[in-house]
Design a protein around this ligand. Structure first.
Ligand code: SF4
Length: 296
């Protein structure tokens, strides 16, 4: 497979064929992000011939017995690619690897809203099954500070468009992204946006300040301070307590988090709040994931 640079994928795509259809991120401005910082990762759409060759290679592997059920289209925000381009790739996957049951992709409010409802529905018909969307915060002040490139309202509109098209939506939010100063309002507004979006999947990640990023420079200048572990858990508690979902798989089991939870909400809300209250009341470090086991 032709893989350029480091390949990122959601944890739930661990067993998927990672098909890189673009390199880097078309936005590449979020202040906390160092995913695509290398020169070789500057954003570009990969030639269709390269993608077709990868699909042929995967088809041969699949025909030899390594059945491929899931495909993840890399890199960051690959949904930004033109509709016709995505259609061609999905048609090739459908025709050459008929065992594929679901295709996933990273998208954000910009890339989702650039597709019409009809285009998104067509992509779903061709096998696209889930869009992973880093919403990060429901607070427009935080979104502007981190140069997310979209607003809370746009994220809610994007969620509605995906739902209308029948596409599953997995939303990531980031604990601590507002720093200490906006911790409470970031958590409250993130619970509000999750309620408004009502996605079937939510992943809460903990902000990690990566050296060399604009966020790290703010931290070095004393202009950003990440809440401590208890402050981060307070934010998680607000999300669990105040978000209202029809039916949501809510995970905080990403490696960056101090307290891994896997919840079905709303059913598990009371149980989760009791666990969080206990940890926050006792401040028992032993109940947290140690720092040496945390990572991106
Ligand atoms: S949209 Fe995602 S990949 Fe692109 S810069 Fe922001 S966080 Fe990084």
């Amino acid at each position: 497979m032709d893989h350029i640079g480091r390949i990122f994928r959601p944890p739930s795509e661990a067993d998927s064929l990672l098909l890189q259809i673009s390199v880097g991120c078309s936005h590449n401005k979020c202040s906390y992000c160092a995913m695509y910082e290398m020169d070789e990762q500057r954003f570009r759409i990969k030639p269709m011939a390269t993608v077709a060759a990868d699909i042929e290679e995967a088809a041969r592997i699949s025909a030899a017995g390594a059945t491929i059920r899931r495909v993840f289209l890399c890199d960051g925000d690959a949904l930004i690619l033109p509709f016709d381009h995505l259609v061609h790739i999905l048609e090739m996957l459908r025709d050459r690897i008929p065992t594929v049951r679901r295709v996933g992709i990273y998208g954000d409010a910009r890339s989702i809203l650039r597709k019409t409802p009809g285009e998104l529905a067509r992509l779903r018909e061709l096998g696209l099954g889930i869009v992973y969307h880093g919403v990060e915060s429901g607070d427009d002040v935080v979104l502007e500070q981190v140069v997310k490139g979209s607003t809370a309202e746009e994220a809610v509109t994007a969620a509605g468009r995906l739902r209308e098209a029948g596409l599953r939506h997995s939303v990531m939010v980031m604990l601590g992204l507002g720093g200490i100063d906006r911790s409470a309002i970031h958590a409250a507004r993130t619970a509000e946006i999750l309620t408004a979006m009502d996605p079937p999947f939510v992943g809460a990640l903990t902000t990690t300040v990566i050296p060399g990023t604009p966020l790290a420079r703010l931290q070095e200048a004393g202009k950003f301070t990440l809440p401590d572990r208890w402050g981060l858990l307070e934010e998680l508690r607000v999300l669990v307590r105040d978000s209202r979902f029809s039916r949501c798989r809510f995970d905080s089991n990403h490696a960056s988090n101090y307290l891994p939870l896997s919840l079905n909400l709303p059913a598990d809300r009371d149980k989760a709040l009791a666990a969080l209250d206990h940890v926050l009341a006792t401040r028992d470090e032993n109940s947290l994931r140690p720092d040496y086991l945390r990572g991106l």
